[in-house]
Design a protein around this ligand. Structure first.
Ligand SMILES: [Fe+2]
Length: 367
């Protein structure tokens, strides 16, 4: 679909970012975004002999974890291909790639949450990968069936329980969150959180609309207000006993338990029990090569590296306490959560059912 450059300033403003200024240099433009540019200029010493002009890939990433940069640096050391990273909010980055159209400096768009990957693909922002390595390294339910994007890491929506408030044995599945024993003890993040929307979409796919509606009214009947605006503050409230039970992404709890967020959070979280529902709702971070990439081959190479056991497992996943694409990885805290059995829902379906999930949440009173 052709991109209308006329509407670009309006669209950029809508996305909450100033529009790029064509007369400025490439580098200045990126700084102007106010999103923070980290240029990783790795050495070409160890890589294969570079051509006269070394390739520099633009990576727009909604992942906001410092640890990712070490992985890009390793890719540069191995290949000689440089990486220029622009980190920002996922939705703003999707909008930016769309409005930049053929002029986008982004070769790879990295996004968090399946629903966003599907949305970017639906908007025609990706090109087909056609990658043998991706087909080999990434289980089919974790990549686009049309081959436009692939997951890189997995995260699980886990239940955190304060055992002083609620018996953790009461909760084995997401359905248990609607048990009447949890009345007034369940804390939730707001319904605008795409993580919760994907959880509801997941339940819709597994259990159908009628049962999901019943489940949602059960959750809201158990609610202890207010709705939280972040997984981390929600996990802290459970740890402090302000809530009995909460639903959060696995890596936030793992980060706190690992001491990444400081000794205070680490100590606070010691008393919390993490329940990985069985089967678990799996979500992902993932990426696709942009439709207008100037270096699609190199971008595909980077994507393959990030999805490989070496990249995704030891790098992207472990550094942020996520699960690799296969297995539970080597992170001791994540392993301590116990076995993980995914529910097998193809993650592209999470995006397809997002709209219906949002409607049901609103109807149930989960704004
Ligand atoms: Fe997150």
């Amino acid at each position: 679909m052709p991109v209308s450059f006329r509407s670009r300033p309006a669209l950029a403003a809508e996305a909450g970012i100033p529009p790029p200024t064509p007369r400025r240099s490439f580098r200045q433009q990126w700084w102007d975004l106010g999103l923070g540019l980290i240029a990783l200029l790795g050495g070409c010493r160890q890589g294969p002999a570079p051509s006269a002009e070394p390739i520099s890939l633009g990576v727009y990433s909604g992942r906001h974890y410092n640890t990712d940069q070490a992985l890009y640096r390793r890719f540069t050391e191995q290949t000689g291909i440089q990486v220029k990273l622009l980190e920002g909010k996922d939705d703003a980055l999707i909008e930016r790639v769309r409005t930049e159209g053929a002029r986008t400096p982004a070769d790879l768009l990295v996004l968090v949450d399946a629903a966003r990957l599907v949305r970017a693909a639906d908007q025609g922002l990706f090109q087909p990968l056609n990658s043998e390595a991706i087909r080999r390294d990434v289980p089919p339910e974790l990549r686009d069936s049309a081959g436009r994007w692939s997951a890189l890491t997995r995260r699980v929506r886990v239940v955190v329980v304060n055992p002083k408030q609620v018996d953790p044995a009461l909760i084995r599945t997401y359905a248990d969150l609607a048990r009447p024993e949890l009345k007034g003890r369940l804390c939730l993040r707001n319904g605008r959180s795409v993580y919760n929307q994907s959880l509801v979409a997941d339940q819709l796919i597994l259990r159908g609309e009628a049962e999901t509606r019943r489940w949602l009214s059960g959750l809201i009947a158990n609610l202890k207000p207010p709705f939280f605006s972040s997984d981390t503050t929600l996990a802290r409230a459970v740890a402090r006993g302000e809530c009995g039970v909460g639903v959060v992404n696995s890596y936030y709890v793992a980060r706190m338990l690992s001491g990444d967020g400081g000794a205070e959070d680490k100590a606070l979280m010691q008393g919390v029990k993490v329940v990985v529902p069985d089967p678990a709702h799996i979500n992902v971070s993932g990426a696709g090569v942009t439709r207008h990439s100037r270096h699609p081959e190199a971008a595909r190479k980077l994507l393959e590296f990030l999805a490989s056991p070496e990249g995704g497992g030891a790098g992207y996943a472990q550094a942020n306490h996520e699960y690799p694409l296969v297995g539970s990885g080597n992170d001791p805290v994540v392993k301590g959560f116990g076995p993980l059995r995914g529910d097998g829902v193809p993650i592209e379906q999470l995006g397809a059912r997002n709209g219906q999930a949002v409607e049901l949440m609103r109807a149930a009173g989960w704004p």
